[in-house]
Design a protein around this ligand. Structure first.
Ligand code: ASP
Length: 324
């Protein structure tokens, strides 16, 4: 048994480990752990208190994948509900679909009685307001929100650099692998922008025959490289988990233009070996791991590799002033 989460998974991993140890199925344990992160108000990139989009609204993305059946449930751009991971889980169990977005996702959330709530707090409201007053032209402020948003979305950011989405990967007592993700995506993103967290194959993938993978950071990069599916496929083709992740990093070197920033790739194989590599990562990038036999989850540093300079990142980093 094993549970691996990124740095933001700290508030959930203990409960996930406890449930796994008690014999719970991996997906049940993951859902319970991710819900705790969604509830954690100090994690401002997942669930309630996540940073808003350009229009000052929090849009949540989440997904789950069952590695035994290859069934998935993913939700994109969900507004007004506190636990997108549970909406994604119910989608997997009840609908003949794999991904719901926006209004349709909210309709389904209401239909299943998902817990509704205000996703903003005073801090995120005033951060957005300060950004609006400082960065939006006078002319656009007059006609807001009926303006061209393109010029404002280039500095979309995770305002607390190095903190992001949460991702969970589990290997349960039955040898089943599963994955879960949840995020508010990039702060100040274009409304409707989906990252990789709800895109199965990019931000996560689990196949109990081979392994599982989930990514955090610039979803724009893992969508283009098909990273999570690629890592699992490389394991199917015979690579170790370490080689598979290294190969997926090589794939990223081919990305030209667009948003090139940080990505952390978290992967496990069916035997419980793991690899966490932070592409353009920061020294503080770490992950949490609990394995059968460990008294409690522990944090470990990610392996850091660099693939390119990220010049536009400097302006985005400067945006963090609004998150203070
Ligand atoms: N991967 C997430 C996204 O692209 C963001 C993050 O992990 O910081 O929406």
């Amino acid at each position: 048994m094993l549970i691996l989460t990124n740095n933001e998974g700290k508030s959930g991993i203990g409960e996930t480990a406890r449930l796994l140890q008690a014999g719970a199925a991996g997906l049940d344990a993951i859902e319970a752990g991710v819900r705790l992160v969604e509830d954690d108000e100090t994690v401002r990139t997942v669930g309630r208190c996540g940073w808003p989009n350009l229009l000052g609204e929090v849009e949540l993305d989440a997904s789950v994948m069952d590695g035994d059946t290859l069934r998935t449930g993913a939700i994109g751009g969900l507004k007004g509900f506190l636990h997108p991971v549970s909406v994604a889980r119910q989608l997997l169990q009840r609908l003949p679909h794999e991904l719901l977005i926006g209004e349709g996702a909210a309709h389904f959330a209401r239909e299943i009685g998902a817990e509704a709530g205000d996703l903003m707090d005073e801090r995120s409201r005033s951060a957005w307001r300060r950004w609006f007053l400082a960065e939006v032209t006078q002319a656009d402020q007059q006609t807001w929100p009926d303006v061209a948003l393109e010029k404002y979305c280039h500095n979309a950011i995770d305002p607390e650099i190095g903190r992001d989405t949460t991702v969970f990967l589990a290997l349960d007592a039955n040898g089943s692998l599963s994955s879960g993700t949840s995020t508010s995506g990039w702060g100040w993103k274009y409304p409707g922008r989906l990252g990789d967290s709800p895109v199965i194959g990019a931000g996560s993938y689990a196949d109990s025959r081979y392994g599982a993978c989930a990514c955090t950071g610039a979803g724009e990069m893992t969508i283009r490289a098909g990273t999570a599916r690629a890592v699992v496929l490389y394991m199917k083709m015979g690579m170790s988990v370490e080689q598979a992740v290294a190969e997926a990093v090589e794939d990223m070197r081919a990305l030209k233009g667009g948003l090139i920033s940080r990505v952390t790739i978290h992967a496990v194989d069916k035997h419980g070996n793991h690899q966490v590599t932070a592409v353009n990562g920061l020294p503080e990038n770490h992950y949490w791991l609990w394995k059968e036999g460990m008294a409690a989850p522990e944090a470990f540093p990610a392996h850091i590799v660099s693939i390119s300079d990220d010049e536009p990142q400097k302006k985005r980093v400067a945006m963090t002033v609004y998150a203070q």
